[in-house]
Design a protein around this ligand. Structure first.
Ligand SMILES: Cc1cc2nc3c(=O)[nH]c(=O)nc-3n(C[C@H](O)[C@H](O)[C@H](O)COP(=O)(O)OP(=O)(O)OC[C@H]3O[C@@H](n4cnc5c(N)ncnc54)[C@H](O)[C@@H]3O)c2cc1C
Length: 452
């Protein structure tokens, strides 16, 4: 068994060497910057419309957030603005393996958030209104019903909120599989190919400049995850975005304590396809202060206040690294995107210890189970914790899709469908107006509805 575990590591998506593409096309209908789940799903939906996109990725497919996340595909506790997109996304996930003929590890099992007290139950009840508005199957379940779903737990939770139709998938499998499906339909995915910037003609996008040459195009999508703000800033576009580090681990296959995903403030836990569990701390947000924290602090006041009790602030190398990074760079020389091919933060050792302790305390039945892999990822977020999806007002042809926060994996395929509609000029049925970048600058109140 341990032999299988070693071969099927999560880190396989980012631990291999980065190789340059054999060639770069001279032109493309659409160029997408970033091969995370958002960029790749967009390329797949564009290909289904007959539009052959070129995806440029500085490192690996799913090498950053999309390969490192917890693997929850949830509608529960979302901002109402995201609901149409996540409902569509779940429909796509359910049919994905049949449609692309590949394993993405999708399974149902639902999503549980446990309550510690009456205040938590009140918060859950408030979200039930959203659930009803969108016709979901979310319910508040009693501690007794919870005991029937969760085995071997030490806690006597008074209640939980449960959405049976929520699911989960395997992050290290899903995005690479969708990328292969997009390629079979004519998309091109170039890894080891950083985009340094864009060129314009009469104010419109005319090309992207990669480290391996320019690609003529009139339509660009920046789906660059944690790098989007820096990329946009080099074009004179202010995109408020901050990063928090998430430390994650997985166990060896073990007894079944639950068959979906559960969050209880001490631990976030999901049953994996291989019979192990992906586990993380339920209430730690690790934020290394950077110049961006200061630059965007006013916009993030509400988000930071609502996360105050779980924020662990520090100041370290990332502050000085960002300080040293130029705002603009010549496009004929290596850019900051080539200096760091893969954003691969160290897992926080103290948090890993706490995860172990919390797992053992919450699920004594898993106390002896081995932790076989650990890693970290940078979650990127916007001031109201929902994404920016729009065309940039100052540069026609340049589009942005980023800021998916700690919930972009589940919504990724739905977002890809909506973004492909925006780029291809077709109606995806999903209204993107709430996700315009200008909401942060036009006096619209910045209200984070959910947590990061
Ligand atoms: C620890 C953790 C746990 C999470 N848990 C969940 C969860 O359970 N459920 C959920 O729904 N979401 C979760 N998320 C969030 C989710 O992973 C992200 O929202 C989602 O993966 C974002 O996808 P993306 O494609 O926008 O960005 P990414 O996956 O970060 O992809 C962006 C890509 O752009 C590339 N890039 C950047 N700049 C350039 C450039 N100039 N040229 C070329 N390439 C470039 C990067 O290398 C990167 O590969 C979690 C995230 C983390 C880190």
């Amino acid at each position: 068994m341990s032999h299988n575990i070693a071969r099927d590591t999560v880190s396989q998506t980012w631990s291999k060497p980065v190789t340059a593409p054999e060639s770069t096309p001279e032109q493309a209908q659409v160029v997408i910057i970033g091969a995370g789940i958002v960029g790749i799903s967009t390329a797949w939906f564009l290909a289904k419309q007959g539009i052959k996109a070129v995806v440029c990725e500085k490192g690996h497919i799913a090498g950053e957030q999309s390969g490192r996340n917890w693997g929850w595909v949830r509608q529960q506790a979302r901002d109402p603005r995201e609901m149409p997109m996540i409902i569509e996304s779940l429909k796509i996930w359910r049919g994905l393996e049949v449609e692309i003929g590949e394993d993405v590890g999708f399974a149902g099992g639902g999503c549980l958030f446990t309550a510690r007290n009456d205040k938590d139950v009140e918060d859950f009840e408030a979200w039930l209104k959203v659930s009803r508005e969108f016709g979901l199957d979310t319910r508040i379940i009693s501690g007794k019903e919870l005991d029937a779903q969760v085995h071997g737990g030490s806690q006597r939770w008074p209640a939980a909120i449960f959405t049976a139709s929520d699911g989960r998938a395997e992050p290290h499998k899903a995005t690479p599989a969708i990328a292969r499906a997009a390629q079979r339909l004519g998309a091109t995915v170039l890894t080891g190919c950083a985009v340094r910037g864009i060129e314009t003609s009469s104010g419109r996008v005319s090309a992207v400049v990669t480290e391996h040459g320019s690609i003529r195009t009139s339509t660009v999508l920046c789906a660059a995850g944690a790098w989007s703000s820096m990329f946009c800033r080099s074009l004179g576009i202010s995109l408020p975005q901050l990063k928090v580090r998430g430390t994650v681990a997985r166990t060896a296959p073990a007894d079944v304590v639950l068959n979906g995903a559960l969050f209880d403030h001490k631990i976030g836990i999901r049953r994996r396809q291989d019979g192990g569990y992906t586990i993380a701390h339920g209430s730690v947000l690790d934020h290394g202060l950077t110049p961006s924290t200061l630059r965007y602090s006013l916009k993030f006041v509400k988000a930071l206040m609502s996360e105050f009790s779980v924020l662990r602030l520090s100041i370290g190398s990332e502050f000085f690294e960002e300080l040293r990074t130029p705002r603009r760079w010549p496009l004929d020389q290596p850019s900051p995107f080539e200096h760091k091919r893969v954003l691969d933060p160290e897992p926080n050792a103290k948090v890993l210890q706490e995860i172990r302790k919390n797992l053992d305390e919450t699920f004594p039945e898993l106390a002896g189970v081995e932790i076989v892999e650990s890693w970290a990822g940078m979650v990127e977020t916007t001031p109201d914790v929902v994404p920016v999806i729009c065309e940039a007002e100052s540069i026609p042809g340049f589009h942005i899709a980023t800021g998916f926060s700690g919930h972009g994996f589940g919504i990724g395929p739905g977002a890809g469908k909506a973004i492909a509609g925006m780029l291809g000029g077709t109606d995806s049925g999903i209204d993107l107006s709430e996700f315009r970048l200008s909401r942060f600058f036009d006096g619209t109140p910045i209200r984070p509805y959910t947590t990061i």
